[in-house]
Structure formats: structure tokens, C-alpha cells
Design a protein around this ligand. Sequence first.
Ligand code: FAD
Length: 145
Amino acid sequence: MRSDPSEYELVAPGSLRAVVSLLASEPGAWLPIAGGTDLMVLYAAGKLSARKLVSIWNLPELRAIEVLPGEIRIGAGCTYTDLRRNDIVAREFPLLASAAAWTGGIANQNRGTLGGNIINASPAADSLPALLVYGATLVLVSARG
Ligand SMILES: Cc1cc2nc3c(=O)[nH]c(=O)nc-3n(C[C@H](O)[C@H](O)[C@H](O)COP(=O)(O)OP(=O)(O)OC[C@H]3O[C@@H](n4cnc5c(N)ncnc54)[C@H](O)[C@@H]3O)c2cc1C
């Protein structure tokens, strides 16, 4: 590890509402951390410049896969394992299920989230082509709505 943990602050407010209000209270100061599979690589390499991290891991508001008439809503906090194990995703969106199964190893699939993959925006990201092909719509939230 090339980072000193004492230089970092991590808070876990426990609800999406509390997270967005913290983000709004100090714009640009706090960085969300979900599964941490991208951010912890930066941390271990001594390259994580953000010093204040707010955990959004396992927030119930972000961890659901809802089935609605004609569409499904996948929470940004759903992991690859959540996607792999969902019958509707497997049946109706097989490319997304395959992308989830191809991403990293089992440990990575248990922590890495769909939202993190989108925001990390790597040109090699596996879920992004599937979301593009299926015409996915992103729903963004802030303290103002
Ligand atoms: C060993 C290993 C193997 C990997 N293999 C693959 C692979 O095969 N294919 C692939 O595509 N990726 C791979 N990855 C990359 C990584 O696992 C994915 O990008 C993962 O989806 C990131 O999600 P996370 O929740 O861990 O993100 P984090 O590391 O928590 O966050 C990543 C970024 O996204 C932001 N963020 C996260 N969630 C949200 C949100 N809901 N709203 C706003 N911002 C958010 C964070 O602030 C941060 O900037 C691999 C990583 C590792 C370490």
C-alpha cells in the first residue's frame, strides 16, 4: 500500500437522501465509493487524490432490480453477482447477464457495481456496450431531485 489511511476520511450515512445532502453541502469535496474495486486500486497505488469518501455500498435504494411493464430498473448499486443471478436479466437482457459474468473474477463480481462501471467509464468496460445496445436510460439524482 502506498497510501496512508490516516490521510483519508470515510463516512457511511446509510441512506441515499443523506448521501446526496452531504454531497450538496460541500460541492466537490466528497467522492462516492460503492464496491471500491476501481477506487481501491487507485488507493493502493497512492493515486487516490480524493481524501473524503462517502460510502454508497449496499444502500437499499440503489440495490434493487425492479420489473415494470416493458422495462426493468436496475439500481446503480447492483453488483455483477446481482445481475448474474437475476432471472429476468438473464432472459430479457442476455448481453448484460453475459457482461456481468465476464467481468473480473468472483470476488470482483461480488463487489463491483453497475453504477461504478458507468462512472469509471473505462473504454474496456464490459457493461457499457450492453447498456448501449439495449438503449438504457440513466436516472440521476441530486439533493434537488
Ligand atoms: C481485479 C479487477 C478486475 C476487473 N475486471 C473488470 C472487467 O473484466 N470488466 C470491467 O468492465 N471492469 C473490470 N474491473 C473494474 C471494476 O470492477 C468495475 O469498473 C466496477 O464496476 C466498478 O464498480 P465499483 O462499485 O467497485 O466502483 P468504485 O470503485 O466504488 O467507484 C468507481 C467510480 O465510480 C463512482 N461511483 C460509483 N458508484 C457511483 C454511483 N452510484 N453514483 C455516482 N458515482 C459512482 C466513484 O465515485 C468512482 O469515481 C475490474 C477491477 C478489478 C480490480
